[in-house]
Design a protein around this ligand. Structure first.
Ligand SMILES: NC(=O)c1ccc[n+]([C@@H]2O[C@H](COP(=O)([O-])OP(=O)(O)OC[C@H]3O[C@@H](n4cnc5c(N)ncnc54)[C@H](OP(=O)(O)O)[C@@H]3O)[C@@H](O)[C@H]2O)c1
Length: 328
């Protein structure tokens, strides 16, 4: 299959920017579709062979117009929180949008699709996030005429991630004691460049058509261990209080109830009932495929201390505000 031009949705986010860098460097022409060109242009327009196109990504006719000429499409759109709590926001961003992407690809004859899912995505998953991710994943693999590879990562880390950076911001904001919900949830963090390397390698490789790839780092940690690690990286003195299940639920309910305040302030909710449910299953896998693409996965210990140390309070605050665009 000859692939020269790639259409990317969600290409302005943490994963998208890094992937776009890699693919532009490999000589692909990229068309990144965004809901807000102005907000993202400083991060992307300097890349060679890249068109950053503002459009209504939910309108299929707009997708068809802007994906014309693409040989492959990459869909990275995903949200961790919705404005409400009934799952409609997740359905819109994960399922409805994916349906439109599939239809646009089919009508344009675009055969190759890379789709970003998540570890534990499953139509019978524990949260709206996981169920809608699972539904979308099934849709892309069942779509006629499309050769899909889907990626199911655990938490992804790297400069500008929304995991360590968000915890770092919260830790700086909250002095003394930090109550941590779901402290025993397990993760296998994967480094952003290892993930994007895997994605780029699969693009033209027919061995990966139709494959659903779990992508994890080599090390597993509990949420408590990751938070403790973040505290140490920042050189802060904080007492982390691991919350038992009842209080973890309570914290989620409280943040959900305060959701409208976060919406008003344009901050993403730090935690929600849906997050609580997602964390009820460990984000680790016995079918990790990262070793097929990367010899030595990068460890959190190698890079996280570096990028957390470089962050001033002001830049972390800016990150927190920017990440609010993730919830819709
Ligand atoms: N980061 C992780 O640890 C992690 C772990 C597992 C899976 N994933 C998945 O990986 C993908 C990329 O994650 P990321 O960390 O790069 O996310 P991100 O930084 O929040 O970027 C996601 C992009 O999707 C678009 N988007 C956000 N909300 C949208 C909405 N309601 N409707 C339409 N488009 C919307 C945005 O693009 P515009 O604003 O330009 O439209 C945004 O740049 C997501 O699908 C996520 O679920 C991430």
């Amino acid at each position: 299959m000859i692939i020269k031009t790639i259409g990317i949705l969600g290409g302005t986010g943490f994963v998208g920017r890094r992937l776009a860098n890699r693919l532009a460097g490999q000589g692909y022409h990229l068309k990144i579709l965004t809901r807000d060109r102005e907000a993202h242009k400083e991060n992307l327009i300097l890349l060679p062979n890249l068109d950053l196109i503002e459009t209504n990504v939910y309108d299929e006719s707009h997708l068809t117009e802007h994906l014309t000429g693409c040989d492959a499409v990459i869909n990275l759109v995903g949200i961790l929180n919705e404005k409400g709590t009934n799952g409609e926001g997740f359905k819109k961003a994960h399922v409805d949008l994916t349906r439109s992407v599939i239809s646009a690809c089919q009508s344009l004859g675009i055969k190759r699709l890379l789709h970003m899912s998540a570890l534990n995505a499953d139509t019978s998953g524990a949260s709206h996030y996981l169920r809608t991710k699972g539904e979308a994943e099934n849709l892309v693999h069942e779509a006629d005429g499309i050769l899909t590879t889907s990626f199911r990562p655990s938490v992804i880390f790297g400069p500008e991630d929304s995991f360590f950076n968000r915890f770092a911001t919260l830790l700086k904001l909250i002095p003394g004691v930090f109550p941590l919900a779901c402290p025993d949830a397990r993760f296998a963090p994967v480094y952003i460049d290892d993930l994007t390397s895997a994605m780029a390698q699969t693009l033209k490789d027919n061995n990966y058509y139709g494959k659903r790839l779990d992508i994890c780092g080599n090390e597993e940690y509990t949420l408590y261990e990751l938070l403790k690690f973040t505290v140490d990286c920042l050189g802060l003195k904080r007492m982390i209080i691991p919350l038992p299940d009842f209080f973890s639920r309570l914290q989620a309910i409280e943040f959900d109830m305060a959701g409208f305040i976060f919406n008003l302030l344009k901050f993403e909710k730090p935690f929600s009932m849906d997050n609580y449910h997602s964390l009820s299953c460990d984000s680790v896998s016995t079918q990790n495929t990262l070793g097929q693409f990367v010899d030595t996965p990068v460890s959190i210990k190698t890079v996280v201390p570096q990028y957390l140390k470089d962050k001033s309070f002001r830049s972390s605050y800016t990150h927190f505000r920017r990440s609010s665009r993730r919830s819709h």
